[in-house]
Each structure stands twice: as structure tokens, then as C-alpha cells.
Write a protein that binds this ligand. Structure first.
Ligand code: NAX
Length: 326
């Protein structure tokens, strides 16, 4: 269809936005023209105008239009895809509860606005941290939008895990399939090599080194964000934008045959993950829908790791429930 896909991006004047917008505008989601709807807080609108000047200057053939604003109900009007990137970073002296509360205000308002004005086919991806619980807050405040239209980003963790496994085994990234991130997009996340494959062979067996898996692979993937801040002096932005695009593209157009992706979605109780939290699972996607991959065997090691991360999500859920955000 040549009607533009209306894509909202929040936090559009931020670091991730600076990479994400140019990819979206240049056709990362396909040949269909894209209309960008960019939401920022009022003090960032001037900077955002500068970014829009640069978007104009790229003369992208697939960019059908750009609108910016600080009013979610206007910006989200009729959007087919909403990428919620903007969030309140953790400031000095802020406790975890303070962070959940500050973001709660953002994601309750944005959930309500999407509920009111988004297109019937809207898909909503949350990148802004704490992403899983922000997605839970947004979906809880959008009662007319089916809950399966919301997901939180664990694709960056997924891609990081693929890259680490490829480096360890000497295989190209294209040979790595069936990677899974379970749980929270946080240091407790569990990147699972027991179901992943390298050239069709079980990854844990190919690696053959439980110590590397526990002491090297899992912490490297889980703490990669901190390592990038340490090296670069600011947090991962281009890779986060790239993962946000990968996640949206696969959601809308489908995951590869015989493979799956990681997405944080509202748990239906699969694999003993408590219902009512937004947790990362292995999922296949097709035509804008996702399904949790069923029937994987979970050994004791994986069980412990999954339970630890989902317990953290249950605690976050309890906190935002107490705060009256969901
Ligand atoms: P920046 O601080 O550069 O940009 C965030 C932008 O959001 C700012 O321009 C700010 O004005 C805007 N904003 C704040 N409140 C808003 C609101 N209510 N409505 C609209 N815009 C609002 O952060 P950046 O590096 O771009 O990261 C954005 C978010 O992604 C952060 O929460 C970050 O923690 C999170 N990340 C999530 C990742 C993931 O894998 N899920 C990885 C990368 C990143 O750390």
C-alpha cells in the first residue's frame, strides 16, 4: 500500500532517536512510505526541530512527512506503530521506586493517549527503561487496545548474545539461530544457550564449557550496557536503535523460518512465568502477531535463572501496583 505507515517515536530528540529516525525514514521497515510523529517534552522541542531539519536535508524518498509536538494525543493520532523510547533516566539519589514512579507518570499518560487516538492496528514497542514494567504500565492504561499489541525491547540483549556466541565459536552471526533472552531487560536477564543453535547444532554442546557460559557469556551479555558506557562515555544508542528496528520489522513482517526472536510480552503463564508481568520469551512472529514458542525443555539451571529474573519483574509489578499506576 502507498498510504504512509504512521510511526510515532517518543524521546525523539534523544540519543537513540538520533539514530532511529534516520533508519526509519530511509526505509528500514520496507519500501512503504513512513510518516514520522515525534513526541518530546517541551524543552526538547527546539533540539527536535534541528533533527527534523537534518531529516529534511536527507531528502529520503520513503519519508512522507514529519510532525512533532509535546502533546501525546495529537502526536499519536492514527499511528500504526508507536516506538516508546523516551523515558526518565535514573538521576543522582533516585531509588528504584522513584524511577518506577517517574516513568509511571510518562507511561500512564502515553498509554491513555494511545488508547484514545492510535489506529486500530497499532503495535507498541517500549524501549525506554525500565522497559518491561513501562510496557506493563502502558498496556494497563490502554484498556481498549489488545494486550498483545504491547511489547518491551529485549532484542538488543538478543543481538548481543548472538554476537558473543558468534565470536566464541568463530561462526558467522547468520549461523546462530534460536537465541532466547528470558525475563527482564536488566542485569538479571537470562540469555539461554541451551536452545540456541550454531549451524544447526546445539550451542551449549558446541561451546562445551559451562564455566564460560556462566562466568563469561551470561554476565557479558547482561552487563554489556554498562561496558559501553564505560568505553564510550555514553550509553548504547546506535545498537539500541538498530535493535528497536529489528524488533519492529520482525513483528510487522515475520520472524525467519525455523528461527525465533526474543520479545518481552505479557505473560500467559508459559514456562511457569507468572501471569501479569511483561517478560521476555522466545517468540515467532507473523503479520503483526506473536506467539510464544512452546515445548522447550527447561533444565534446573535455566529454571533458576528464569525464576530469578521473573521474581524481579513481580517485585516491580508490586511496586507500580502500590503506586496506583496499574
Ligand atoms: P536520552 O536521554 O538521550 O533521550 C531520551 C529522550 O526522551 C530525551 O530527549 C527526553 O527529553 C525524552 N523524554 C523524556 N520524557 C519524555 C516524555 N514524557 N515524552 C517524550 N519524550 C520524553 O536517552 P537515550 O539514550 O535515547 O535512551 C532512551 C531510553 O532507552 C532510556 O530509558 C534508556 O535507558 C533506554 N534504553 C533501553 C534499551 C533496551 O534495550 N531496552 C537499551 C538502550 C537504552 O539504554
Amino acid at each position: 500500500s502507498s498510504t504512509p505507515l504512521k510511526v510515532a517515536v517518543t524521546g525523539a530528540a534523544g540519543q537513540i532517536g538520533y539514530s532511529l529516525l534516520f533508519r526509519l525514514a530511509s526505509g528500514a521497515l520496507g519500501d512503504r512510505p513512513v510518516e514520522l510523529r515525534l513526541l518530546e517534552i517541551t524543552p526538547a522541542l527546539k533540539a527536535l526541530e534541528g533533527v527534523v531539519m537534518e531529516l529534511d536535508d536527507c531528502a529520503f524518498p520513503t519519508l512522507a512527512g514529519v510532525e512533532i509536538g509535546d502533546d501525546a494525543e495529537k502526536v499519536f493520532d492514527g499511528v500504526n506503530l508507536a516506538l516508546l523510547v523516551g523515558a526518565r533516566p535514573r538521576g543522582p539519589g533516585m531509588e528504584r521506586g522513584d524511577l518506577l514512579e517517574a516513568n509511571g507518570a510518562i507511561f500512564t499518560a502515553q498509554g491513555k493517549a494511545l488508547n484514545k487516538v492510535a489506529a486500530d492496528d497499532v503495535r507498541i514497542g517500549v524501549t525506554g527503561n525500565p522497559a518491561n514494567t513501562n510496557a506493563l504500565i502502558a498496556l494497563s492504561n490502554a484498556p481498549d487496545i489488545p494486550t498483545d499489541r504491547f511489547s518491551a525491547l529485549t532484542r538488543l540483549d538478543h543481538n548481543r548474545a548472538i554476537s558473543q556466541l558468534a565470536a566464541k565459536t568463530g561462526a558467522p552471526v547468520t549461523d546462530i539461530t534460536r537465541m532466547t533472552i528470558w525475563g527482564n531487560h536488566s542485569a538479571t536477564q537470562y540469555p539461554d544457550l541451551f536452545h540456541a543453535e550454531v549451524g544447526g547444532r546445539n550451542a551449549a554442546e558446541v561451546v562445551g564449557d559451562q564455566r564460560w557460559l556462566e562466568d563469561d557469556f551470561i554476565p557479558t551479555v547482561a552487563k554489556r550496557g554498562a561496558a559501553i558506557i564505560e568505553a564510550r562515555g555514553s550509553s548504547s544508542a546506535a545498537s539500541a536503535a538498530s535493535a528497536t528496528i529489528d524488533a519492529a520489522r520482525d513483528w510487522l513482517f515475520g520472524s525467519a523460518k525455523d528461527d525465533w526472536v526474543s520479545m518481552a510480552v505479557l505473560s500467559d503463564g508459559s514456562y511457569g512465568v507468572p501471569e501479569g508481568i511483561v517478560s521476555s520469551f522466545p517468540v515467532t512472529t507473523k503479520d503483526g502477531d506473536w506467539e510464544i514458542v512452546q515445548g522447550l525443555e527447561i533444565d534446573d539451571f535455566s529454571r533458576g535463572r528464569i525464576d530469578a529474573s521473573t521474581a524481579e519483574l513481580s517485585e516491580e509489578r508490586a511496586t507500580v501496583t502500590e503506586l496506583g499506576l496499574i
